[in-house]
Write a protein that binds this ligand. Sequence first.
Ligand SMILES: Cc1cc2nc3c(=O)[nH]c(=O)nc-3n(C[C@H](O)[C@H](O)[C@H](O)COP(=O)(O)OP(=O)(O)OC[C@H]3O[C@@H](n4cnc5c(N)ncnc54)[C@H](O)[C@@H]3O)c2cc1C
Length: 397
Amino acid sequence: MTAVQPHLKARALKSSSRRPAKELCSECGLCDTYYIHYVKTACAFLNQQVAELEAQAHGRSRNLEHPDDWYFGVHQQMVAARKTDPIPGAQWTGIVSSIAIQMLNRGQVEGVVCVQNTDTDRFQPQPILARTPEEILAARVNKPTLSPNLSVLEQIEQSGMKRLLVIGVGCQIQALRAVEQQLGLEKLYVLGTPCVDNVTRAGLQKFLETTSRSPETVVHYEFMQDFRVHFKHEDGSVETVPFFGLKTNQLKDVFAPSCMTCFDYVNSLADLVVGYMGAPFGWQWIVVRNQRGQEMLDLVQDQLETQPVVSQGDRRQAVQQSIPAYDQGVTLPMWAARLMGVVIEKIGPKGLEYARFSIDSHFTRNYLYVKRHYPEKLAAHVPDYAQRIVSQYKLPE
Ligand SMILES: Cc1cc2nc3c(=O)[nH]c(=O)nc-3n(C[C@H](O)[C@H](O)[C@H](O)COP(=O)(O)OP(=O)(O)OC[C@H]3O[C@@H](n4cnc5c(N)ncnc54)[C@H](O)[C@@H]3O)c2cc1C
């Protein structure tokens, strides 16, 4: 059992203008609680400590001799999977919600930190400490906005819960791991999703209005492995927009500064990660990081069909060409973007190589962003594995 360390219960900050990470705050929620006392060491944007926290969570940090570790983090196993009976309204097939429900039903945990939406806005996050399968189910589907999931941490100590599952994205999980010893839990399970290019609620509105033909009816969207954004509308129709047709010049400032400086796309500190980008189109991508993650996956094996992960193609030329194009805000006419989308879908990277394409594109962009906006942070903030990934490419000044 993890002993509760005595800790100061500093007053939480309710005003975002006073957050210690300032404009780099990802609104993970830690500063809404008395655990703010630990923010200077816990915040992913004030203290990059991925390797140390990996060793704490998984028993080792990434092996820098292995490029797969640079990209996907510490892992025991990767597999592609989908539910044979998908959950209607889930982001993909609902593997995340299904694992959480099983953990609660089997008594592995007493509560689950997850995020529902508010009554009036389907994209406005409302973090909760769920205690029933219904509450977990109501949290299905992405809220594609910065979400203060850790704002419910105080409730855990107050509730007396000893076994907990937390679902979250990388920045939330880094802060969680840093305060894990203070939570007084006997067992903490962490189920993560990859995350990139998140936005504030206002930023989301701008993205939808700039990119979709009907922003007010979008219920769900995803940047897919076929190099298109798929928007699902209220009437069930799906609108696709090729990545190469995005209005990059108008969208350059839409992503949160925290996401522009993030190098934890694959949620390095979760026990189990459920995404899509390393799997064939329509399938989910599962990364088991440690034994606790395997235990969680085992609970839903009978609900899944699986296949091995594959890797096809070579991403490097496409990444190198996209670096100056993004930097200069190049936007292709829609007909050319569609044509390019069709060609690249046929000959472009697939499976794990698509995941590497996406990681390379974001890490090179973010490296340039940190170098230009926070040069004094560059050396300490960019982890070694990310430095290795970025150094494969020629970057503009
Ligand atoms: C902002 C965001 C960006 C993502 N980007 C990528 C990506 O680039 N590549 C990739 O492979 N996968 C990405 N994912 C993960 C992917 O979109 C799916 O969430 C994942 O595959 C799980 O699908 P599911 O059907 O099993 O989830 P569901 O069963 O629908 O459950 C979704 C879970 O996500 C949680 N959640 C929703 N919104 C948030 C949020 N803002 N912060 C924290 N937790 C949240 C909910 O609590 C819920 O439990 C992203 C997820 C998010 C939230």
